[in-house]
Design a protein around this ligand. Sequence first.
Ligand code: SF4
Ligand code: SF4
Ligand code: SF4
Length: 392
Amino acid sequence: MVGKEKLEPKFKKMLEDIENSLSEDTVLQEDLKDLLLDIQWDICGIKGYQKFNNGEYSFKFGGELDNPDITMEIDDDDTALKLLNGEIDSFEYRFYKRKAKIYYIEKWEKEKVGEEILKKKYFKLILTMRYTKGIFIHPYTITRLPIFRDIIDKWYDPKTADASYIPINDSLGTYEDKVLPLKVLEHFINKAEHLLITHGCGCRIYNQCQDHDHSIGCLYIGADTVDVKEVFPKKIPGSSHFGTKEEALERVKEAYDNGLITVIGRLKWDAEAMGVSDRGHFMTVCFCCPCCCIAGKRMYGTIELQNLMQRIEGVSVSVDEDLCIGCEDCMEVCVFEGMEMIDGKAKVNQEKCLGCGRCERVCQNKAISITIDDPKRLDEFIRRIEAKVDVS
Ligand code: SF4
Ligand code: SF4
Ligand code: SF4
């Protein structure tokens, strides 16, 4: 039992710290500059609020708001102390109609499955985030607050993370008779000895995706995939297997045919979520849909999280205004706010567009084109990823 006398000063400090550092912390300024959010806190009965108004910040320890956007409720004083002390190092969420729940991985426990000793992770609730006004706010939004930004930084490690979407569009043509993801993936697949193919996409299963195949799960490449000991994906028979190079390439083709966009890179949270220490020998290959994929939700989070994925150098996306009829289909599929409508015509926001190519595939008027200025860019891209993760 921690007691109010321990929690109160730490909670007060958390509220004050933002005010004290806002004038100097440029990362914080960026994270808060377009945040419009009123938060009511209730930490084991201790009240206080924060108001974020496009870069302006105010708070009141002990205060209660009449109509906050969200309330953050923590019931467990040990967990509250851990959070306020910065001792939590993972961030998972589940959301429901009127609330989201934020968890961390409390522990891993060994479990014997057949002849194998696997590991099962146990989550512990950090807090419940209620949508008091009934307006949905993505849980990643709160990672802009320093107390959660610190968790996210540990969880994905900005120093080692790097990933990109590989566009798959008709206007790009083919390279050596192959679509782009195959050309790039073939390099890594041929180099690797360990190819872990999963047969369930957690994001699509959790969201009950109606548009894309649930069975096309991530592909993990590299020597450290042998250390995957997490109960899922190993426990359920057939939920994952170490496959041949042909099977791995078949998975990439399957994803392409299903309209999924390939993302490759090194992401610490993917390794750690499988119970593997990220040492740079674990590559994630995700087959992403616009509706469910967690990678697309980064844009709600911190600036660093938003910048985690980079467009492949040399890839350009443009709209032919004469062909555009302003139907907005492209905007609907872009999960990065990369497409805008200006005077009834689509326009690419070059700062936000990640060159994933989804928009080109839905434009019935063929107004969008994706180009790559030089095929050598693919070799550069491969080298960029190899500088972060070694799959051999
Ligand atoms: S990361 Fe991609 S492939 Fe993996 S579970 Fe999420 S959407 Fe599915
Ligand atoms: S989908 Fe094509 S036609 Fe429709 S707004 Fe976008 S670019 Fe224009
Ligand atoms: S505008 Fe959006 S959908 Fe189109 S390529 Fe860029 S990021 Fe992808």
